[in-house]
Write a protein that binds this ligand. Structure first.
Ligand SMILES: CC(C)=CCC/C(C)=C/CC/C(C)=C/COP(=O)(O)OP(=O)(O)O
Ligand SMILES: [Zn+2]
Length: 448
């Protein structure tokens, strides 16, 4: 008999608030004996794999649901399987590579399906999916020269990127473009020009980062903005103190994260907000420097320090005069520096512990977001889907490794909630791919 069926389930009611649902789940949890608690906290590996594999098989030619999102579905499913430490059958692997290749535009980038216009979001998803598959066939299928042309075409003179030809410009577009360029080793000063200025203009008075200037700070964009700034070596230009303040207050009494102030918690923010902490943990030296500058500045705000005495922080360093020095040694030196940022970043020891309650977040993911039949959801009462499965598992991995100083070392048992079999593969928090596949892609593209 499946042991989970011996656990009492939460009674269904007509009108539930999230707080009521979650508090009922926690009450139920605390009222059962220890062995039953362990069962409730177990990661339902077999059920997740079954749900994920079924989804991958359905992505065949007859699949029409979310037709403009198929590279995303590939990435969400393949990354979830990789996080669980499983591999897929070679027919599914070959089909996925062939399918993604058919989404590749002859002029660079990937569309939402074969023959569709290339889009930065599906380009990021396709590249991450191929990185997650790994191996010569998957990695060499990406046309890097054409990709660079596509990324430059999406670039706006203001520094931002557009999601597609004539499309919207936002922080997501900057992140997807810069992330792809970084892993493919095609990031250069021309792509980076003014990106930092654009992201900086999206950091709000609250401390988090908005999708575009003047909008509200949000976890999804805060992750994208911070990761972009790190990848272009300009994270020191953000006000990290207020960013940390903002993100630290996003963990709710339900133990999960909300995406923005006064909104409900949602399992997917376990990654978008959780990974912001994973990035911050490796920015210790910059944070210390910023705090010292604030201390010296007395009542001065970070922005006034940034635009005044501390303006030697790399503002405009790679911004101005890019074209005139493209043939110059400095251009190539900068290009070389960009290619190492992702790798160097993950090698920095995490001097800071996690600045959120990592065990409480695991509790929310396992008890409230996990669906017993496989897959994860936003919150109790919602349906499971592949997006939430990917980002709940990614957030769970962030939590489990959040006390590891060294990204490659296994976590202490007390950092992993539930049985130790819950342990997932570690990820690279700048790209959200499993770490060993990132290393493989980095080596592959360094040599090309
Ligand atoms: C790489 C990539 C494509 C990143 C995307 C990042 C991301 C998740 C952005 C969030 C977008 C957004 C404003 C959602 C709000 O939705 P809502 O109002 O339904 O949700 P809320 O109530 O939780 O804010
Ligand atoms: Zn969500």
């Amino acid at each position: 008999m499946d042991p989970i069926s011996s656990i009492p389930t939460v009674t269904q009611r007509e009108q539930w608030t999230v707080e009521e649902m979650v508090s009922e789940i926690y009450q139920l949890f605390s009222s059962v004996p220890h062995h039953a608690q362990t069962i409730m906290l177990e990661l339902r590996r077999d059920q997740h794999i079954e749900f994920l594999t079924r989804g991958l098989r359905q992505l065949g030619p007859s699949f029409r649901v979310l037709d403009a999102n198929r590279p995303w579905l590939c990435y969400w499913i393949l990354h979830s399987i990789a996080l669980l430490g499983e591999s897929i059958f070679s027919d599914l692997e070959n089909n996925s590579i062939d399918f993604l290749n058919r989404c590749q535009d002859p002029d660079g980038g990937y569309g939402g399906g074969p023959g569709q216009l290339p889009h930065l979001a599906t380009t990021y998803a396709a590249v991450n999916a191929l990185m997650t598959l790994g191996g010569q066939k998957a990695l060499s299928s990406i046309n890097r020269d054409k990709m660079r042309t596509f990324l430059l075409r999406m670039k706006d003179p203001s520094g931002g990127f557009r999601m597609h030809d004539g499309g919207e410009m936002d922080v997501r577009a900057c992140y997807t473009a810069i992330s792809v360029a970084s892993v493919l080793n095609i990031l250069d000063p021309e792509l980076v020009e003014n990106v930092g200025n654009y992201i900086l203009s999206c950091q709000t008075y609250e401390g988090g980062i908005a999708g575009e200037p003047g909008s509200e700070a949000h976890g999804g964009y805060t992750f994208c903005g911070l990761a972009t700034m790190i990848l272009i070596n300009e994270s020191q230009r953000l006000d990290l103190r207020s960013l940390i303040d903002w993100v630290a207050f996003r963990q709710g009494v339900e133990c999960g994260f909300q995406g923005r102030a006064n909104k409900l918690v949602d399992g997917c923010y376990s990654f978008w907000q959780g990974a912001v902490f994973a990035l911050i943990q490796r920015l210790n030296s910059i944070i210390v420097e910023q705090l010292r500058a604030l201390d010296v500045g007395g009542s001065l705000s970070w922005r006034s320090i940034c635009t005044g005495a501390a303006s030697n922080l790399s503002e405009g360093e790679c911004g101005s005069d890019v074209k005139s020095y493209q043939t110059d040694e400095r251009f190539h030196a900068k290009q070389k520096e960009f290619s190492d940022i992702g790798l160097n970043f993950i090698k920095i020891p995490a001097e800071l512990g996690p600045l959120f309650h990592s065990v409480a977040l695991q509790q929310y993911i396992l008890l409230c977001s996990q669906v017993q039949d496989g897959g994860f959801r936003d919150k109790p009462g919602k349906h499971r889907d592949y997006y939430h499965t990917c980002y709940c598992l990614s957030g769970l991995a962030v939590c489990q490794y959040s006390w590891c100083k060294d990204a490659d070392s296994p976590p202490l048992p007390k950092a992993v909630l539930g049985p130790h079999s819950n342990l997932l593969e570690p990820i690279h928090p700048l790209f959200n791919v499993v770490l060993h596949r990132y290393y493989e892609a980095h080596n592959f593209f360094m040599g090309s």
